[in-house]
Write a protein that binds this ligand. Structure first.
Ligand code: ADP
Ligand code: MG
Length: 146
């Protein structure tokens, strides 16, 4: 099953954050969100909005070098992955991605396509495309039954 549930064009980083914050209210423990888009598309910006919507108060930064950031968000954990610097899916196994899945928090992954064989069958795919000036076209596609 593949259907776009929502498509939206934002005109600023803050608008992207607000859109993500609205989405956050519909997420629940165990959900996986995979972000797709080029460098600078706005993936980390989107995670900032998600985190804010979940009630995370600490600032959200890119885990490009540390690969994973964990946030506690009012009763649910948010795990923010950025496998940009990983060479292959073997490294993703080393990160313990499946252990994080088992912990039942909300998982959000930048460069989601890099999960390869670890891609969960149930997920929300978010594609961000850069448009003119500060516009970004954001498409949400749920995959799986949920
Ligand atoms: P990524 O994580 O995809 O590499 P970032 O979120 O780190 O991208 O960076 C996106 C950059 O684009 C930020 O500097 C942000 O301010 C800027 N930007 C401009 N317009 C938008 C928009 N509509 N949505 C998101 N980011 C935007
Ligand atoms: Mg990023």
């Amino acid at each position: 099953m593949r259907r776009v549930i929502r498509s939206r064009t934002t005109k600023s980083a803050n608008e992207t954050r607000r859109f993500a914050a609205c989405l956050a209210r519909r997420l629940r423990a165990g959900d996986v969100v995979l972000l797709h888009g080029d460098l600078g598309a706005g993936k980390t910006t989107f995670v900032q909005g998600l985190a804010a919507g979940l009630g995370v108060r600490t600032p959200v930064t890119s885990p490009t070098f540390t690969l994973i950031h964990e946030y506690a968000a009012g009763g649910v954990d948010l795990f923010h992955f950025d496998p940009y610097r990983l060479a292959g899916t073997g490294d993703i196994a080393d990160l313990g991605f499946e252990d994080y899945l088992a912990r039942g928090g909300i998982i959000v992954v930048e460069w989601g396509e890099r999960l390869g064989e670890f891609t969960p069958p149930e997920r929300l795919d978010v594609h961000i495309e850069v448009g003119e000036a500060e516009t970004r076209s954001i498409t949400l596609t749920p995959v799986g039954a949920r």
